[in-house]
Design a protein around this ligand. Structure first.
Ligand code: KIV
Length: 291
């Protein structure tokens, strides 16, 4: 049976919960978890019928705001975009990223900021990057009612200490470290975890090792689900294209072409036409009467 359909409860469509996502380990026969990022109400409305989970990712700093990294993203930005996405998504499970600096200091600080996101956005949970070093924080949050989506492997918030956005898990030592991060995340109570930018055999291995769903991005088809940045898969963000991105359309090119045609028509006087103007007939009649 497809678990992709909205769940009907007494005739009402129920929003997918973190418990539903947690149950989607593929070895149990479940379909892959379909996830995309969403930052705005328009995108959320368009994606919601097709996704199980919408992530308000801090990638919005790079995609929407033109930042070089995600480090400049603030809690206020995440809350504002999270609220917009909640207005557009009626059935997907909505998760909001905790931005850099909002959770690393201590479990208590993480709780305060995560609780603020949950209260002000009304989302189902938060995502945070980190493995062994964040396990105590994940446990602190989940024990206090805040569902956590983990994130291991390539962690964009560590770009400075990692020396760039590099594929992870090529050496045995690195693979073992990331496998330990994944185990710590699962044991700490995360309901699922993003596995980003790791060599395929490692993503496959982690998926077998942990008992919660893995959501791959630059991971492996063996992961329990997949996520992409929507603007990447729609061909709107074209600054660069990581190997793991598949562009399903060329939205950036279509928008540029629409802008070219519009500019041409404005310059030629072809737009606006009478059908785009208010009161055109009346204006003509009164001119005729005056005439
Ligand atoms: O910020 C983000 O969009 C993410 C996804 C790429 C997983 O973390």
């Amino acid at each position: 049976m497809s678990t992709h359909q909205p769940i009907d409860l007494d005739g009402a469509t129920r929003r997918t919960t973190v418990v539903d996502i947690r149950a989607r380990k593929r070895c149990d026969g479940a379909q892959p978890v379909v996830c995309l990022t969403a930052y705005t109400v328009l995108t959320a409305r368009l994606l919601d019928a097709h996704t199980d989970l919408l992530l308000v990712g801090d990638s919005l700093g790079m995609v929407l705001y033109g930042l070089d990294t995600t480090l400049g993203v603030t809690l206020e930005m995440m809350i504002a975009h999270g609220q917009a996405v909640m207005r557009g998504a009626k059935r997907s499970c909505v998760i909001v990223d905790m931005p850099f600096g909002s959770y690393q200091e201590s479990p208590q600080v993480a709780f305060r900021n995560a609780a603020r996101i949950m209260k002000e956005v009304g989302c189902a949970g938060v995502k945070l990057e980190g493995g062994v070093e964040m396990a105590e924080t994940i446990r602190f949050l989940t024990d206090r009612g805040i569902p956590v989506l983990g994130h291991v492997g390539l962690m964009p918030q560590l770009v400075n200490t990692a020396g760039g956005f590099k594929t992870r898990g090529r050496s045995e030592a690195d693979a073992n470290r990331i496998s330990a991060d994944a185990a710590a995340t699962a044991h700490a109570g995360a309901f699922a975890m993003v596995v980003e930018g790791v060599v395929e055999p490692l993503a496959r291995r982690i998926t077998q090792e942990v008992d919660i769903p893995t959501i791959g991005i630059g991971g492996s088809p063996a992961c329990d689900g997949q996520i992409l940045v929507t603007e990447d898969m729609a061909g709107l963000f074209t600054e660069f294209k990581p190997k793991f991105v598949k562009r399903y359309m060329n939205l950036g090119g279509d928008i540029a072409e629409a802008a070219r045609q519009y500019a041409q028509e404005v310059r030629d006087g072809a737009f606006p036409g009478p059908e785009h103007c208010f009161g055109t007939l009346n204006a003509q009649k009164s001119r005729d009467a005056d005439g």
